[in-house]
Design a protein around this ligand. Sequence first.
Ligand SMILES: [Zn+2]
Ligand SMILES: [Zn+2]
Length: 251
Amino acid sequence: MKYHIDTIPVWDAYHQGGECPLCNLENRLEKSYVDSFLGASVMEPDTRIEVNKTGFCPHHFKLLYDAQNRLGLALMTHTHLKEFMEKFEQRCNAVLKTSKARSAFALSSIIRGKKDMQQLTAELEEWLTVQHHQCIICNRMSNTMNRYAYTILYLWDTDKEFKKAFESSKGFCLKHLTLTIKIARETLPAHKQALWLADVIPLQIKSFHNLEQELYQFINKFDYRNQNKPLGSAKNSLPRTIQKLTGKFMD
Ligand SMILES: [Zn+2]
Ligand SMILES: [Zn+2]
């Protein structure tokens, strides 16, 4: 798969610094999607059709709810609910129909009815799980994050200035390290993949070691004998470590 490159936001994210440039990008992207879904996007027919079909995951529903545009969110939620209900009723009616077949007298129809019911119930369960997790914001963010990860690899490969910025960065969080490894595997020839891994892995290991030291310093500060020792950058090492492990900012 070939992605479009998008260098300006990637450079901005590296200038911003921190534990992971892709977290910086994702954070900014998420805010702009939440704003757009409560603004102009509410009225765009294509987006409405997609929202009606997909809805939002629990995390993004909460962000949209907290953004305080209750009318915009109520309109989208109402049409999505109606579309969901229609599909839900169709599937449930099919399950109910086969469960009724079980009460028929003939043994063969009981056995057949039981098998159909179990299969349809399993399908209903699977479908409900998908409904619960699918999200138009997650889908759009995922496409853009793939493009940003690809841009990082492209700049690392072609731009000496960027390579320097990359080498003095702290690598990535685990979530985005996984993403860059995946995009590298999908888009780079084997010898470049190997070069990429040879660059990124030592950077990650160094970054984990530094964080571990800072977190240890932070823990020791709770000992009254160390109360007067300056903490410096270790002061916010706990939220930075959690971000490194999860890809989630704590503030
Ligand atoms: Zn990240
Ligand atoms: Zn989502």
